[in-house]
Design a protein. Structure first.
Length: 516
């Protein structure tokens, strides 16, 4: 059954063409947090500057700290300047941007705050013409999600103000739960108050330009799809590496660890886009159905087999960018005996017709040698090598690499004859670089996703079933690690490519990690 927003969406058969959302107001819970400053405000500012926000667009920031509208405006103006490095042309938009901001200080558990919120939103409808359309954004720690959702429901804010004429939507930041059970509990609370088609579970990786391009690359070109399967592909590697450590997020990270922070969401999302079947239309239900099918086909890793399919590690002290950095265990708010993983490497299989027996190797970690996210498709070798002695034996087979970030682009590696009178073979690359092909900088993930919520397009958001399926996959691994404590937890120097155990792990299969 298509989701309601799709039925109302005139673009349901086609692509998401540029258009301006309906007039609306956005409410950000957790307005004094890092995410609001770093990501949401800069994204909203860019949307305003590009004239993509509707007239009268207003943002109501909610948080516990007391401050006035003006103080909030000033803080957010500073945040925009700090994170965007504005030129004088953009600077001229800051004042207008600040004028659309409002602030409400209260405790999220106080039902009276929601009455006040409703009154203010009604006032904005009158004064700014926000037309009764509301976007609630939960940028708080997840422990506040249930209380906010329940209070929105109790204050009558979850239902559209005028059903059929106005819309109300809610965006939930990750992590959505911390296990299958908690994700289901949270979902029960959320869908007890909101309809599923009002709920936008955000994963900012899906908003990245290069991630969206995966679908275009696969399904708008005739030449790749025929060999996108087990007949031609030897294996797939996905790397999501960060140079950063846990910074000031030690307390959060101790609870989360890499599996919950990166794999359960971002990395599995990348995987499902690489592995999904083509859809008939670029429509939320169709895309989300196909992604969910991939998650359903993931071969479960049983607790007793975890060590055969996963390596986990934690960074020790080391050097990143020439600077000495501390070990994870000595980061602020981290236990000196912590067993939390900051690195993981996986091998897994997708048990379906297309991917049977093709291993997917995946690695992600903090404090690695370089910030780089890449998907690489490694093709099978030729069945018979004509050019023995020409140097082709040692050459890697064809590799298609899709660089998510940085140096966004796609390259195809193949063999070529080295110019000369003898037959010598060398690898070369065909390369597409975003920077060279398209002059303009792409929008950030949050710009795309915020606009999509306002437009009612849920294609790039997670549906409850896919969230459940991802927890079903990671839960047994987390349980096993919990039992094992430090047993099997490898260490790696900060600034390296991860623990040696991860190299041994892939080498046992006669393969090696890409050198990035
Ligand atoms: C967040 C994680 O979701 O994604 C962070 O919580 C991580 O730990 C970040 O650093 C990575 O995002 P990006 O866009 O910088 O790759």
């Amino acid at each position: 059954m298509p989701e309601t927003a799709e039925l109302l969406n005139p673009l349901r058969e086609g692509i998401r063409l540029r258009r301006t959302p309906d007039p609306c107001a956005m409410v950000i819970f957790g307005a004094s947090g890092d995410l609001t400053e770093r990501k949401l405000m800069p994204a909203l500012f860019y949307l305003l500057r590009e004239r993509m926000l509707p007239p009268g667009f207003s943002v109501m920031g909610c948080a516990r700290t007391h401050r006035t509208d003006d103080e909030f405006r000033q803080m957010m103006g500073e945040a925009v300047r700090k994170f965007l490095r504005l030129n004088s042309e953009s600077e001229a938009f800051v004042e207008g941007f600040e004028k659309g901001l409002y602030y409400l200080a209260d405790d999220f558990s106080n039902p009276k705050a929601y009455e006040q919120l409703r009154t203010t939103l009604d006032r904005l409808d009158q004064e700014k013409g926000t037309a009764g359309n509301r976007l609630f954004y939960l940028a708080t720690p997840p422990s506040f999600f249930p209380v906010i959702v329940k209070n929105l429901g109790a204050a009558g804010l979850a239902k559209p103000k005028e059903p059929g004429k106005t819309w109300t939507r809610i965006v939930l930041e990750k992590p959505f739960g911390r296990s299958l059970d908690s994700a289901r509990d949270l979902n029960q609370v959320v869908t007890g108050v909101f309809e599923e088609d009002q709920v936008y579970r955000i994963d900012h990786y899906l908003g990245k330009e290069t991630v969206q391009n995966l679908l275009v690359f696969r399904f708008a070109n005739g030449i790749f799809e025929p060999f996108w399967n087990r007949r031609y592909i030897d294996h797939v590697q996905i790397t999501v590496a960060e140079e950063l450590g846990v910074e000031n997020r030690g307390a959060y990270y101790e609870e989360a660890g890499l599996l919950r922070d990166m794999i359960q969401n971002h990395v599995l999302q990348l995987l499902s886009l690489v592995a999904m079947e083509p859809t008939a239309t670029f429509q939320a239900t169709a895309v989300r159905d196909e992604k969910a099918k991939v998650m359903r086909a993931l071969r479960p890793i049983r607790p007793e087999a975890v060590q055969d399919f996963v390596v986990r590690g934690q960074y020790a002290e080391g050097y990143v960018g020439g600077k000495k950095v501390p070990a994870y265990r000595t980061e602020p708010k981290v236990l000196p005996t912590s067993c939390t993983e900051t690195y993981a490497a996986f091998k897994f299989f997708i048990d379906n017709w297309r991917w049977a027996d093709v291993p997917f190797y995946l690695r992600s970690g903090k404090r690695l040698a370089k910030r780089v996210s890449e998907i690489s498709i490694q093709f099978r070798r030729v069945p018979h090598l004509l050019f023995r002695g020409a140097g082709a034996e040692g050459i890697e087979p064809n590799i298609l690499s899709i660089r998510i970030q940085p140096n966004e682009g796609i390259s195809l590696k193949f063999c070529a004859k080295l110019p000369g009178t003898t037959m010598q073979i060398r690898p070369v690359k065909m390369e597409f670089l975003y920077g060279e092909s398209f002059g303009a900088a792409p929008p950030t993930a949050y710009e795309t996703l915020l606009l999509d919520c306002m437009l009612g397009d849920a294609t790039l958001f997670n549906r409850a079933d896919a969230v459940d399926l991802s927890w079903e996959f990671v839960d047994p691994i987390l349980d096993r690690w919990k039992q094992d404590g430090t047993k099997g937890l490898a260490t790696y120097p900060a600034g390296s490519w991860g623990p040696k155990e991860a190299d041994d792990f892939i080498e046992r299969d006669g393969r090696e990690w890409r050198r990035l």
